[in-house]
Design a protein around this ligand. Structure first.
Ligand SMILES: [Zn+2]
Ligand SMILES: [Zn+2]
Length: 353
């Protein structure tokens, strides 16, 4: 009897996911494909000041340039991994599959957009202008016709994108030569209002020297995957290792609201547990996440977000794991937040009120 009971109990969690076959005979048991396909991993990050924290990836490839998957799969990945918005940014100049996947530069977006409309994922039209350093690679988002960017002179491509109302990201400043060099051309483009954002994190890379750029040049910090393979394979998302994402603090979960927030530079770059960007946004994000209650002579700190915070004093480590409550003696001093950066080697400080 004991043995039967334990089998029953073990079986319980399984039944929560199991489905009743729609059609059964002795040859085939068929499950409902529509319901079996998708489970979404929600990412809990409370916003602030009436803004939602939208989880976005503004740099994505498909078979229409040098990626390995069809565009609709990119949207399904984003949905399953808890994102709100993605931008399709296949390379303009580098399309190794173009003799097999014959199409124009707009098609990957068109396919992804149809899937996005089905799943409720915002899909932004973009392209990657792909040149050697010093210029490097730039993503043009919110464009109307990607084909028009296919011109010889990259500066002309930027102007064409700008004329279409583009928002331009300077991609992976530290790739491919392991140097985050800020060249004259970037200074000129920023001055002319033709670079709006940059990647502090790209794929598996972090560019610490660039952590000051958002304030020095008034451009928005971002973290994007630049994914070419599958996100689940590259980031082992089932093991709680999250893909890079740009947190956008927007009024609504709409493309227009994302655009407004990007123009206002209300973003933080988030990857591998680390956040980079504006000090004020970092502080407000922690305030929105941590709930503090007095318990006896101690405080109970509940972290209501999926971001774990690591703080230190001169001789103590305070860990506030995602979704957990920690009971501690209230730290009297200001703590250094080890995973929040408002500049290169500049950590946020936090004091419990
Ligand atoms: Zn690139
Ligand atoms: Zn790319």
């Amino acid at each position: 009897m004991k043995r039967i009971l334990s089998i029953l109990l073990l079986g319980l969690p399984m039944t929560a996911f199991a489905q009743i076959p729609q059609m059964s005979n002795d040859d085939v048991h068929k499950y409902d494909e529509k319901n079996a396909s998708y489970y979404r991993n929600e990412i809990v990050i409370p916003g602030f000041d009436g803004y939602k924290a939208l989880k976005c990836d503004f740099h994505i490839h498909t078979v229409f340039s040098d990626g390995s998957v069809w565009p609709n799969i990119r949207v399904q990945e984003a949905w399953m991994e808890g994102l709100d918005a993605i931008a399709m940014t296949d390379h303009i100049e580098y399309r190794p599959h173009k003799s097999i996947v014959v199409s124009d530069h707009n098609e990957s977006f068109n396919i992804a957009k149809r899937e996005g409309d089905k799943l409720g994922i915002i899909v932004i039209k973009g392209s990657e202008i792909t040149r050697s350093k010093p210029l490097g690679h730039l993503n043009a988002l919110f464009i109307k016709d990607a084909n028009a960017l296919d011109v010889k002179d990259p500066l002309e491509a930027i102007d064409i994108a700008e004329a279409q109302g583009a928002y331009i990201i300077w991609n992976h400043p530290g790739w491919p030569d392991n140097k985050s060099t800020f060249y004259d051309v970037h200074g000129e483009l920023i001055k002319a209002g033709k670079i709006d954002a940059y990647e502090a994190f790209n794929y598996m890379e972090s560019y610490p020297l660039t952590f000051d750029w958002y304030s020095e040049y008034n451009i928005a910090p971002m973290a994007n995957t630049d994914i070419h393979g599958t996100t689940s394979g590259d980031y082992a998302v089932d093991c709680n290792w999250k893909r890079p994402m740009t947190l956008v603090f927007a009024k609504e979960n709409t493309e227009a609201s994302i655009r407004e927030a990007l123009e206002a530079k209300r973003t933080l770059a988030f990857f591998n547990g680390n956040l980079v960007g504006n000090k004020e946004y970092l502080s407000k994000l922690i305030d929105a996440a941590l709930e503090v209650k007095a318990v006896g002579d101690r405080i109970a700190v509940t972290n209501n977000s999926d971001i774990t915070y690591r703080m230190t004093s001169a001789n103590a480590l305070y860990l506030f794991p995602a979704g957990k409550t920690v009971l501690i003696k209230k730290p009297a001093e200001e703590l250094k937040v080890e995973n929040c950066f408002w500049g290169h080697n500049k950590n946020l400080t936090y004091k419990f009120k």
